[in-house]
Structures are given as structure tokens and as C-alpha cells.
Design a protein around this ligand. Sequence first.
Ligand SMILES: NC(=O)c1ccc[n+]([C@@H]2O[C@H](COP(=O)([O-])OP(=O)(O)OC[C@H]3O[C@@H](n4cnc5c(N)ncnc54)[C@H](O)[C@@H]3O)[C@@H](O)[C@H]2O)c1
Length: 314
Amino acid sequence: MAGKVSVIGAGAYGATTAHRLAECDAFDTVVLTDVVEGRAEGLALDIGQCRPIVGFETHVVGRTTGRGGDGYDVLAGSDVVVLAAGVPRTPGMSRQELLDTNAAVVRDAAAQIARHAAGAVLIVVTNPLDEMTALAQRVTGFPPSRVIGQGGVLDSARFSTFVADELGVPVSSVRTLTLGSHGDAMVPVPSRSTVDGRPLAEVVDADALDALTERTRTGGGEIVALLKTGSAYHAPSAAAAAMARAIAGDTGAVLPACAWLTGEYGIADVYLGVPVELGVTGVRRVVTTPLAESELAALTEAADTLRERQARLR
Ligand SMILES: NC(=O)c1ccc[n+]([C@@H]2O[C@H](COP(=O)([O-])OP(=O)(O)OC[C@H]3O[C@@H](n4cnc5c(N)ncnc54)[C@H](O)[C@@H]3O)[C@@H](O)[C@H]2O)c1
């Protein structure tokens, strides 16, 4: 695998993602950008200086970008762009405040991505995720298959971790799935979740299962409340890096992600968390998996909520 991946936003999420992508030696070049003068350049130097210690060759480039567009030419030739610019949620911040602030950032960055990296696959991570992914697709004008949000890989990882910890089994024994939104309309899917191949409902009782799914839904908030400033970035960056690698390597990995639906699950015209097969063109296809009736109903309800929220951003 070779090529170029660019990460916009050198905050906690973006810088950690760039670091992971550099260390895996899967790309020739990792670019990191930020609006704060010098931040991206400084972090790129720091990440690059890990090379002799950790043993990787990726070329790491940092660039300060201005809102007027200066510096964005560094994105040229990117195979994958990760959009991680924008503020994280803080305790007490309303959903609307987060949305208003980050929509302006995403509009600005997406216009620059369209201009300088018109052939890239775009992975959006900025919150509120589902709306920011829909907005980035509209502003770039990219085909929806080339604009994907990162939510489900992280949410499923949290679900798997909680199940493994509850049962005292290795995380490698656990397979879980979450669909819907990366947020309040998340739909954990116990019917497609297993421990050593056994359905989750057979190995935990109903109360424990409810507690596990509820903790998964609120997993991001649990960390925000503990940190007090900022939000999670270790597991989130692992998730974005896994998606970038699947895309650049054209692996066909099936991962849950925020993708555009055109009738799958009986749902259309909305960005929603579903399993997708990833390759160099972005989403090769949305993967449909059998769901329990209640899970499908919850997914349909989540789609209705998100469709309305995404339409409001027009
Ligand atoms: N999708 C997910 O699973 C998930 C998980 C965690 C965090 N997030 C989201 O990711 C985003 C970033 O989080 P973080 O922890 O890195 O925040 P952070 O505050 O540490 O970093 C944000 C960075 O964005 C930069 N920035 C702001 N406007 C910019 C612009 N126009 N162009 C380029 N850079 C710009 C800031 O200077 C800062 O360096 C937040 O919206 C957060 O909610 C998403």
C-alpha cells in the first residue's frame, strides 16, 4: 500500500490519527493541517522524529492553513482525507451550539477539499457526526460513496469492550454491531453480536444487556464527563485510521460507518450508520444484515430523525 493521506485539524483527534497512520507505514505521506499557526508543522516534526525509534518511513508533513484557503494546496494528490477539524463537545454544551460552531468549520474545509483533493475519499469525524458528514458531501459535491463518517467502528469497539469486561473474556472473543447515529439515535444490535460465536442474549441476562447497550449509547459522554475538557481520541483515532487503511488498501473490509442510503433496510435519502464494504472508491456497497424487528424499527426511527436534522442544514 502507498499513497497520501491528509488529516485536517491537528487537535487531539487529528494529531493522534496522523500519528497512527504514520506509524503503520501504510502511506508514503501523511499530511496534517490546522488553522493555528505552527501547530501542524510542530506536530508533524514530532511525529516524524518517532521514525528511528519506532521504525517507520512515512513522510509526515505539517501545514498551517488560513480560512482564505492558503496552504490547502498541500492536500493535492491525497487518496484519503480525514476531516477532524472543529470543537469537541464539553460538559453542558448543547447539541445546537456544537452544530453551529462546527458547521462553519466543515463548510470551509470541505470547500477546500473539493478544490484541492477532488479525487479523494473523505472520512468525516467532526461532530455532530451524521450532520457533518451530510454537510461535507453537499459542499464537496463528491458522490456520496466517497464521503463517509466515522462513528460505528468506535461505537462497536466500545460495545465490544464493555461486553468483554462484563464477562471477563478477551475482546477478541466478542463481535458487536452498532447502527443508526453516532449519538442519541444510536442503535446497538444485540441480535448480530456474539461471544465466541454465541448470541449475546444467551450469555448475558436481559438487565445486563440493557445496561451494556445504554453504556454504549452514552460511551462518548462518559469520557467527556471524566475529562472535563476535550473528548475521547485514542479509540476514535484508531477507528478513523482503520477506515483510512481499508480504503487505501482496497481491502473490502466491512465496517460500520455513516453512509448514504438508497433503499437498503427500506431506508433512503439519509446519512446513517450501517455496515459498509470499503475500498479505494469509498463505499463499495452497503451491507444488509438481518435485524430483529425491534432493531429495524429503531433504525427506521433513527433514519427519520437524522433525515430531518440533515435537511435542516441545507
Ligand atoms: N466521530 C467520532 O467518533 C468522534 C470522536 C471523538 C471526537 N470527535 C470530534 O472530532 C472533532 C475534533 O476533536 P478533537 O478532540 O481533536 O478537538 P480539538 O479541540 O483537540 O482539536 C480541534 C482542532 O481543529 C482545529 N480547527 C478548528 N477550525 C479549523 C479549520 N477551519 N481548519 C482546520 N483546523 C481547524 C483547531 O485549531 C484544533 O486544533 C470534534 O468535533 C469532536 O467532537 C468525533
